[in-house]
Design a protein around this ligand. Structure first.
Ligand code: SF4
Length: 215
C-alpha cells in the first residue's frame, strides 16, 4: 500500500502509541472499504472510477462537523491558494476539459503554454502567470470539477499566510496550519496505490487538449 504523504506522516506519529490503537483500526478498515469500492467500480472505466472517488472525497469533507468547518479560513472569494501550482491527475484534466466544452467555458491555451514554460519552482512567483487559468474575479470557473488538491485543502491560519506573492515558494512551516482529513487521505492513498500519478495542471491540460476524446 502506498500512503499519501499526509497519511504516512500521521501514521508515523500515532503508530506506536497505545491510545491511538482504535484510530489505527478505524483507518485500516477505511482503507479496506475504499479499496473494495475502488476494485468494484474500476471495471466501469477510468473516468467513472475517478468521479466515484471524488464523490467519496466530497462526502468525507461534508462529514466534518460544522464546528470544525467554522475554524477554516477558506472562504468563497479567497483565491490565495489559486496562485500556487496545482498537481492534478490526468483524469481530472479530462473531466475539466469535458466540463469546459459542455459549459462553453473557453480555456486560454496561450496562457497555459506560457505558464508551462516557466520552471515549476518559479511559477507562483510570476507577476503575470501565477494565477490558475480558471480563476476569474476571485472565483473558480470550474468549481464543480475542481481538482482534488483544490477540494481537500483547508487552512486554519490567517489567509495572508496563503499568499503566493508574499510566499512564492510556500509559507514557512510554522505559519501554516492545514487541517488534514484522514479519510480523504485514505482515498488519495488508494488512488496512488492503484498507480495514479499527478502532474502540474498547465502541462496536463495541454496534453489532454491534444489527446482527450472530443465528446
Ligand atoms: S481549479 Fe479553481 S480552485 Fe483550483 S486553483 Fe484553479 S481556480 Fe483555484
Amino acid at each position: 500500500m502506498i500512503f499519501s504523504r499526509d497519511l504516512a506522516k500521521y501514521l508515523d506519529k500515532i503508530r506506536d502509541q497505545e491510545k491511538y490503537q482504535a484510530k489505527l483500526s478505524e483507518i485500516e478498515s477505511s482503507i479496506n472499504n475504499t479499496l473494495a469500492l475502488y476494485n468494484k467500480v474500476v471495471k466501469s472505466g477510468r473516468l467513472s472510477t475517478f468521479k466515484e472517488m471524488v464523490e467519496l472525497i466530497d462526502k468525507c469533507i461534508a462529514e466534518l462537523p460544522l464546528r470544525d468547518q467554522r475554524e477554516h479560513s477558506c472562504r468563497r472569494g479567497c483565491d490565495a491558494c489559486c496562485h500556487y501550482d496545482v498537481s492534478i491527475y490526468p483524469q481530472e484534466a479530462e473531466l475539466i476539459l469535458r466540463f469546459c466544452r459542455k459549459k462553453k467555458i473557453p480555456i486560454d491555451t496561450e496562457y497555459l503554454k506560457q505558464q508551462a514554460a516557466i520552471p515549476l519552482r518559479e511559477r507562483s512567483a510570476s507577476l503575470t502567470h501565477s494565477a490558475c487559468v480558471f480563476l476569474e474575479k476571485g472565483e473558480c470557473k470550474i468549481y464543480p470539477v475542481r481538482p482534488i488538491n483544490c477540494r481537500k485543502l483547508f487552512r486554519m491560519n490567517a489567509p495572508v499566510h496563503c499568499n503566493a506573492k508574499l510566499y512564492p515558494h510556500g509559507t514557512p512551516g510554522s505559519e501554516v496550519i492545514t487541517r488534514v482529513n484522514i479519510n480523504v487521505e485514505v482515498v488519495i492513498s488508494v488512488l496512488q496505490s492503484a498507480g495514479e500519478r499527478t502532474g502540474s495542471m498547465p502541462e496536463l491540460l495541454l496534453t489532454a487538449q491534444d489527446t482527450a476524446p472530443k465528446n
